[in-house]
Design a protein around this ligand. Structure first.
Ligand code: FMN
Length: 185
């Protein structure tokens, strides 16, 4: 089979949890965001936006997480860990689903489009030699944290995309048989 580079990227996508600098910047980062814009987007509503943290921005994101943890009455170990969470990578992109009013496109569909941007950006980063992991956690669903980040009513976070340079060469993905998941109608 002719394995185009696009198919190869799909079949070999890996998450990378151990990330260090440099983070993508300049043209590479621009390409990553362009990949996000190529997700399927019914009526091109652009129901997403991206909050990018790097450098001091990671400190600010961590401080927002700390304040949200305190406001939510989280246990001491969660509060203590909160400001360090974003520092697991040199860049964190908080992906916000920002549904638009539409008689045609349900909010759920718009959330799906926003989710697709996370994977598109992760894959673009991998294709450029960077690594990334899509993370969630309780912050993602916390109203106090949403307020900290200035989310509007109706906006949701669909993921935190941690990006950087892999500390180790990526392992090849495990071979897996999809057939148990497939049912022909
Ligand atoms: C919505 C969503 C949230 C996730 N949240 C986390 C998370 O908080 N922590 C984590 O380790 N993995 C999380 N994952 C899974 C990783 O992104 C990753 O898929 C997993 O580590 C398996 O690695 P692989 O992508 O190389 O197969 C999440 C995935 C999705 C789709």
């Amino acid at each position: 089979m002719d394995m185009s580079s696009g198919l190869s990227l799909l079949l070999n996508r890996r998450s990378c949890h151990a990330l260090t600098g440099p983070a993508p910047c300049g043209e590479a980062l621009d390409l990553i965001f362009r990949a996000a814009l190529r997700v399927p987007d019914f009526l091109r509503l652009r129901p997403f936006r991206f909050l990018v943290a790097t450098g001091d921005g990671l400190d600010r994101l961590g401080e927002a997480m700390l304040r949200a943890a305190l406001a939510a009455g989280k246990p001491a170990e969660v509060v203590e860990r909160a400001p360090r969470m974003p520092h697991r990578a040199p860049m964190v992109i908080t992906v916000v689903a920002s549904p638009k009013i539409s008689d045609v496109v349900p909010v759920f569909d718009q959330h799906l489009a926003a989710g697709c941007t996370v994977m598109a950006m992760q894959m673009a980063a991998q294709g450029l030699g960077f690594g990334g992991v899509w993370r969630s956690g309780w912050f993602m669903h916390d109203d106090g944290f949403h307020r900290e980040l200035g989310l509007a009513a109706g906006e949701r976070i669909v993921g935190f995309l941690y990006l950087g340079t892999p500390r180790h060469p990526p392992e090849p993905p495990p071979a897996e048989d999809p057939s148990p998941l497939i049912h022909w109608l």
